[in-house]
Design a protein around this ligand. Structure first.
Ligand SMILES: Cc1cc2nc3c(=O)[nH]c(=O)nc-3n(C[C@H](O)[C@H](O)[C@H](O)COP(=O)(O)O)c2cc1C
Length: 475
């Protein structure tokens, strides 16, 4: 059960890095050593479905499934995706159904049991704190994912990439096992749309669910004040994330937001006023280049409880990045040749996205040009109302003609990359295409490498999560 109310607030939060860079193994190590270990919820249904198709050789997933409160669902998912001994070589993965406003039972069940499994494994034989990180942009996965994580006793829910006004209330409804309707943003629609979720459809008997704490990931003090002012939207705390953070960044606020080098350009306008954040009276953590002992100290001096750290943990042994990616990153770090850009257009979300420029990935224009665009995972699709009525879904990463046919403005989508497929490839779960090729990765990391540089001097061959914590705490 959740311990977030009885345990002191953690000094270090390990960022929830998608897709499955923040594995349950990484979160567990951080949590066992006094930090908040966070698993990533992004595309977790595909991750679990693909791990099952790879045979679940360690048996971890099936062990967690045995503890899932609805065994019909566990068996249904196993029957669908589990392949004894793993797929035949070269066989493509069976995809999971795409998210929608009217999801199939399998879609919802898979989301729930996947979040349950990742949290359950992180918490197995572990007394520490575990959180789950979800993206507000992927609204259609939110209720089932959070409920699944709560069934496994998740201690914290963290959410960024949007304005998470509905989540505190949704969590309260789920504690009481009451049905909840999440309002869904539908482009070009004048009517209200919602995704209904009823906990009773999953667990018939009443069970005790503890309320996890909710942390909103924000980049502006105005948003902190807005969320804090109403009980309905008030989180339990904030992660204040700056523009050097890995993954997505909040769009720059200045008008001339693209520099001569083609990167998103951030300014003083993008820095949150921490005095105003503190005025909300809620605890907060600082993220984005704070992963050094000096910056942990500085964060506390600035009124924060501690820091959220991503990149140092993404490079740790327990992260989900493939060994090839990790060793390439570490080698470049040691040589001082690790180059990271903030690309304004790469992400279909429209948010700037940090990209590591390395060979064999979509960061290279020739690899990007060679890939046939398709959208078969679809997590970043957004719903829109068709002129003739009815709801459609589109993503700037899909084929340009398809996107335009669906009414999408293709002005900026020429260089939109399929993050879903690329990020699955980063963790060794890339899809195999009909021509026998495998989807290429696209790697993200924070652009402030001060901490990583210091650690790479100490541990040139790589480090473990516990060594990151020891380093940050000056042990
Ligand atoms: C590989 C990678 C993936 C990330 N993915 C996510 C994500 O899915 N959701 C999120 O809220 N933050 C994500 N982040 C941001 C981190 O959680 C963290 O806030 C950030 O990296 C902190 O900055 P630092 O990298 O300088 O420590 C990601 C960061 C990295 C390095």
């Amino acid at each position: 059960m959740s311990k977030s109310n009885s345990t002191p607030l953690p000094d270090v939060i390990q960022g929830g890095m998608g897709i499955a860079v923040s594995t349950w193994q990484l979160a567990k190590e951080v949590s066992r050593n006094g930090g908040l270990g966070v698993v990533s919820a992004t595309a977790l249904d595909s991750v679990i479905a693909r791990r099952l198709q790879d045979g679940d050789l360690s048996g971890d997933i099936r062990r967690a499934f045995k503890d899932f409160p609805n065994q019909n669902i566990a068996n249904e998912v196993l029957n669908f995706y589990f392949v004894e001994g793993g797929r035949a070589p070269g066989k493509p993965y069976l995809d999971v159904p795409k998210l929608s406003l009217k999801p199939s039972k399998l879609t919802t069940n898979l989301l729930i049991i996947s979040a349950f499994t990742e949290v359950w494994l992180a918490k197995e034989r572990n007394d520490g704190l575990i959180g789950i990180n979800a993206l507000e942009k992927i609204q259609l996965a939110t209720p089932a994912t959070i409920f699944g994580a709560m069934l496994a006793g998740v201690d914290y829910v963290l959410m960024g990439a949007g304005i998470p006004t509905q989540i505190p209330e949704m969590i309260r409804y789920f504690v009481d096992q009451k049905p909840f309707r999440l309002n869904i943003d539908v482009t070009d629609s004048k009517s209200q749309h919602f995704l209904a979720f009823d906990p009773a459809s999953i667990v018939a008997d009443s069970i005790v669910l503890a309320r996890p704490k909710f942390l909103a990931i924000i980049s502006s003090h105005a948003l902190a004040a807005y969320l804090a002012k109403d009980e309905k939207t008030r989180p339990d705390g904030f992660i204040v994330e700056g523009s050097t953070a890995g993954g997505h960044n909040a769009p720059p606020r200045s008008k001339d937001a693209i520099g001569a080098d083609g990167q998103s350009k951030f300014s003083i306008l993008d820095e949150a006023d921490l005095v105003k954040v503190a005025k909300t009276g809620l605890p907060f953590w600082l993220a984005g280049g704070y992963g050094t002992p000096a910056n942990l100290k500085l964060a506390k001096e600035l009124g924060a409880v501690g820091i959220q750290v991503g990149s140092l943990f993404a490079l740790a042994d327990e992260s989900g990045f493939t060994n090839e990616i990790k060793s390439e990153l570490l080698q470049r770090l040691n040589q001082g040749t690790l180059s990271i850009r903030t690309d304004p257009f790469a992400s279909p979300t429209g948010f700037p996205f940090k990209i590591v420029e390395i060979t064999g990935t979509l960061s290279q224009p020739e690899n990007f040009d060679e890939r046939s665009r398709n959208c078969d995972l679809g997590y970043l699709r957004t719903p829109f109302e068709r002129p003739q009525g009815g709801i459609g879904y589109r993503c700037p990463g899909e084929p340009i003609k398809t996107f335009e046919f669906k009414g999408g403005n293709s002005e900026n989508n020429i260089s939109s990359k399929c993050l879903c497929n690329a990020l699955m490839a980063d963790i060794g779960l890339g899809q195999i295409r009909v021509d026998g090729s495998t989807e290429l990765p696209l790697v993200t990391l924070g652009s402030d490498l001060a901490g990583a540089n210091q650690l790479s001097v100490k541990y040139p061959k790589g480090w473990k999560a516990i060594q990151v914590l020891e380093y940050l705490r000056g042990a």
